[in-house]
Design a protein around this ligand. Structure first.
Ligand code: AMP
Ligand code: FE
Ligand code: FE
Ligand code: ZN
Length: 286
């Protein structure tokens, strides 16, 4: 079994459409893929249709999910949510709030970039983002188009879009304890995404992770491109201490990042344990 529980489509900052992501998951030999776009479930229906339309012989389970933008004590973090009821109103309202604030913030970031001499525009960013939940990676792509930086990841420096960088502007982010409770109340399973991704900026303390565990967190995403061996060892130990499961995932973003689907995976027993906790939705299987 090859299980990848973190992937983005163009419903947020990935470059594959949801249907293309499903095809890519089959091509990568995955048995399970989770669609976890930032603060949105907009890709779920298309991905589900694509799974149901797979040819005879192809096998794939699609785990509908999302990745929520959170912050505590000024530190940003991401919370993965799986198999929640997308119609549960409180959680749906919170996703909507974050998505809406992404427009205000996106315009402000573009304005900062222009003041810093980058010839990009909000119209250009909107063209790049399409209907997707708009974020810094779309602005990074605009900076690449304008020749300001060579790659998307080169835009995530203190000079431009990194957390606290010259052009960075914060968006509304949910308190993570509240987010964990919202996910559980919607029947979903919350997992802390890349908790040790230091290259993205400050990370939260072990105490915060303990608080999240007490609030109902299910797992830490340990095997992730942004974690070195030392970080993985540390987080595995912490998960053991707190009674949390451990997942591994690619955090695939199509051509916007270099990581490949299935580059990191989750153990089948862990997947089964996560499924057993979910009451809001079921995987879509072919
Ligand atoms: P936003 O959701 O608009 O705040 O942008 C956050 C997204 O930017 C993350 O989900 C990643 O896809 C991307 N990102 C964050 N840090 C980096 C980095 N250092 N290099 C490349 N992409 C990054
Ligand atoms: Fe992203
Ligand atoms: Fe993330
Ligand atoms: Zn992600």
């Amino acid at each position: 079994m090859r299980i990848d529980l973190h992937a983005h489509s163009n419903a947020s900052d990935g470059t594959d459409s949801p249907a293309e992501l499903v095809a890519a998951a089959v091509a990568a030999g995955l048995d399970v893929v989770a669609l976890t776009d930032h603060d949105t479930v907009a890709g779920h229906d298309e991905a589900a249709r694509a799974v149901r339309a797979l040819p005879d012989g192809a096998r794939l389970a699609l785990v509908p999910g999302a990745e929520l933008s959170c912050a505590v004590e000024g530190v940003s973090l991401h919370l993965l949510a799986y198999l929640f009821d997308p119609a549960e109103p409180e959680f749906a309202a919170e996703r909507e709030l974050v998505r809406t604030d992404r427009f205000r913030r996106g315009r402000a970031v573009v304005e900062h970039c222009r003041e810093l001499g980058a010839d990009i525009s909000w119209e250009q960013v909107q063209r790049i983002a399409g209907d997707g939940s708009v974020g810094r990676p779309h602005i990074a792509s605009a900076l690449v188009e304008a020749g300001v930086v060579a790659t998307v990841s080169d835009a995530f420096t203190a000079d431009w879009l990194a957390n606290g960088g010259r052009a960075d502007v914060r968006k509304h982010e949910t308190d993570p304890v509240r987010a964990v409770r919202l996910v559980r109340a919607a029947g979903g399973v919350p997992v802390f995404a890349h908790p040790g991704a230091v290259k993205r900026g400050r990370t939260v303390s072990d105490q915060v992770i303990a608080d999240l565990a007490a609030a109902g967190l299910a797992a830490l995403e340990v095997d992730h491109t942004d974690h070195d061996e030392e970080a993985r060892r540390r987080l595995r130990g912490l998960a053991g201490d707190l009674g949390l499961l451990v997942t591994g995932s690619s955090d695939y973003h199509g051509s916007r990042k270099t990581v490949r689907l299935g580059e990191h995976t989750t153990d089948p027993e862990v997947y089964e344990a996560l499924l057993a906790q979910a009451t809001g939705a079921k995987p879509i299987e072919r």
